[in-house]
Design a protein around this ligand. Sequence first.
Ligand code: ACO
Length: 173
Amino acid sequence: MMRKQKPVKDSFVIMTELVLPNDTNTLNNLMGGRMMHLMDIAAAISAQKHSNRIVVTASVDNVSFREGIRLGSVVTLQAQVTRAFASSMEVHIDVWAEDIPSGTKIKSNEAFFTFVAVDQSGRPIDVPEAIAETEEEIRLYDGALRRRQLRLVLGGRMQPQEATELKSLFAMS
Ligand SMILES: CC(=O)SCCNC(=O)CCNC(=O)[C@H](O)C(C)(C)COP(=O)(O)OP(=O)(O)OC[C@H]1O[C@@H](n2cnc3c(N)ncnc32)[C@H](O)[C@@H]1OP(=O)(O)O
């Protein structure tokens, strides 16, 4: 049976949050764990929209916090599936912090999450193929296989010699 296809743009999610006192540390900056929580939710909704399934977080690639986000800031999270494999999907997420009184908006961080679609018993289940259309979507799609191999090797789920994309990247023999 032919695998179902869906454009990646159908998985686009935008989520906006106000940084409140309960979200901050003693320096009045948004706590990293709270930020990760928001990122996980926005990215999971994106993976759900692509797969129309329950999804679980399988892994998160490195996240660095460039600048503190102040109490009262508005945080905007934008997530979209970059590529689907069999049951897993890579989701790219961008996070912006906006200080409305001063009119400043900075990119706070970005990350790649991997979600796996599961059935009611928690077993992985295949998802539709993801179709990239714009130049940026195609750039992210093209890099997704390399990132997948890297995270699977680092997670001990793939032998380095099987990682063909990484071999060409590092010109390994
Ligand atoms: C501590 C927390 O907060 S956890 C947060 C919530 N997340 C969870 O509870 C998920 C817990 N983990 C699980 O349920 C399972 O490990 C699953 C569903 C993610 C994977 O189940 P497994 O039985 O290992 O499945 P399997 O080996 O068949 O792999 C299924 C897919 O997951 C992918 N996968 C598994 N582990 C990882 C990983 N660490 N990183 C990226 N992808 C992964 C595989 O590459 C495979 O993808 P594919 O089908 O597209 O080729």
